[in-house]
Design a protein around this ligand. Sequence first.
Ligand code: ADP
Ligand code: MG
Length: 678
Amino acid sequence: MTLTDLKGIGPKTEKLFNKLGIFTIQDLLYFFPNTYLNYDQPVPIEAINEGEIQAVKGIVEKDASVINLHGLNMTTVYIHDISGKMKLTWFNAPFLRNTLKSGSVFVFMGKTGTYKGQKTMNQPKIFTPQDYSGKTGTLEPVYSQVKGLSNTAILKAVRQVLEIAEYRPDFIPSAIRYNRGLLDMKAAISGIHLPKSMDDFRKARERLAYNELFLFSLALVKKKNSTEELKSAFLIKKSKRIDEFIKALPFSLTEGQKQAVSDIRSDMSSGFIMNRLLQGDVGSGKTIVSFIACLEAALNGHQAAIMAPTEILASQHYDKLKKIIDDNVFGLNVVLITGSLKASEKKQAYLKIKSHEADIIIGTHALFQDAVEYDDLALVVTDEQHRFGVNQRKTLSGKGKNPHTLVMSATPIPRTLAILLYADMQVSQIKELPSNRLPIKNAVVNTDYRKNAYKFIYDEIKKGRQAYIICPMVEENDMLDLENVTDYVTKLRKVFPKEVSIEKLHGKMKPKEKDAVMDRFLHKEIDILVSTTVVEVGVDVPNSTVMMVENAERFGLAQLHQLRGRVGRSGYQSYCIFVDSADSKKSKERLQILASSNDGFHIAEEDLKLRGPGDIFGIRQSGALDFNIADIYQDKELLKKASEDAVYVLRSDPELNEEENQVLRSRLELYLEESYVL
Ligand code: ADP
Ligand code: MG
């Protein structure tokens, strides 16, 4: 069965689904909502919680009035209930005049606010009381969208698929499912798309998260069992040239960097396989440490590879390392491999790798495609490890004869979690930032502050600095009232004088286009970069001093901290402006944690305290291992259970040979082969 077999999907619509990454029925089943609209009981007008999406039920006081204001058509109506009065407005919806008649009663749902003491709602949805009570208590899924494909159309397709879907035998052993009280997959999948209640949703989410955490834990335990204290084929001796190189650096290494370099060098020369995690907050200078390791491996006559999570980051590393090698006359060759190379370029690069003409290879996960053969791969560095799963590391390691591995992460993981997530590794930590840094100045503001922010940014630009502005969406989405990169650039160009260069960057652009924009930003040809979170990890443009995040309430704190890490990378004073559009007490409290501290560990701990289990609405925590559903912070307890279960299963049946573990075994094999999706 294919997508076009579904009602409402012809070849044209199918293309739109493809754009969302949905090619098969199976893909559609696993295309989960981003968030849900919550049809709660209407609240009394006086009792609204400013900034939240809520419903009120009220009587229309007078027929709606429609006026034209600065070219905008605005419809206004006043409603009241027994507790109070409220003003509702809509843009470009004059036809509402026919519905909103004096004395009629409706339920209005939208984001609540107050303006000059008056309770307000902008653009609320309108329901008859009957329609609304039919929906009360339910959750309506909200999916990612592309232009031309509405949420309703996606939902319609999903409903059909849920009816006919067949599920493979469950890979979680039944004893575990029973013991942990997990839903079966049919219930979980339909519960995540169409939850009947919050509780329903939580159970569904728990099952799906457990799947990911259990497979992850199994892979981890297996890896640990197989690599402990293994002898290494690569004895990488400490070289004088590296000592000299470190001395000649334009800055002196921090204590943490020195310790990490020393840990790595003694690991690699120990005769055993290195398996080390280098953890350090954003901007702590992990890159140079990894370069030192690669250079040493290459000077010893071996090959080393660095894997980065994005093309932008890979090419940035490539440029930097190439410059270092040229400046220091190391006489080594670096090669860059990304998915966007032309076939002929790829072939050339592969040849260089196989013939060992290439000493250091930098790239995205394209590094471990089957076609890439290494001559003598002794060291694999994975940058921003949280973007990859254990399986990826394994695949790349499989390219050599068990090379040394160095994994770098900026994710500030509390100790209790680190023990579960990095059970198989030694850890080096960089605890301080380079000494030339000034602490970033932070502000949490509401949308009224934008004007000031733009003026502030303009002043920085006049001083020769640059700025990032982050929006959560690429394009407009008719279900979510969030800032998007495309419209924002247009808007901003009208605000700033012509000589200010403003460009956009997002994940839907072609890799070549992204590279070009990043390159121009790095070379100061762009003053303001309006971007999605594609710049979240690793990007290093030290001249930029302002990070402004729109809809900051939509992001996880760890993610915001990562974004903030894009500035404050030089001796210039840097600033971070979090625009809180929800402007609710809860969101303020959360963002205030960020504003009051620049310490990633402190933020992670506070974040943990604030969010209860199952509290994911709207905000997805990125930062740590990039699971699809699971979130290591929120699912800390579940991870603990999954990892206990994994240890238990493998202890009693190490090779998963027993009858009852057959399904699990093949699922795990698949998991270990999958290129990079956890
Ligand atoms: P991250 O740990 O986030 O990957 P980077 O390695 O990108 O950080 O380093 C951030 C910036 O700090 C880079 O521009 C780098 O050149 C610079 N840097 C690294 N180490 C030092 C140091 N010891 N002193 C001064 N600047 C440093
Ligand atoms: Mg980095």
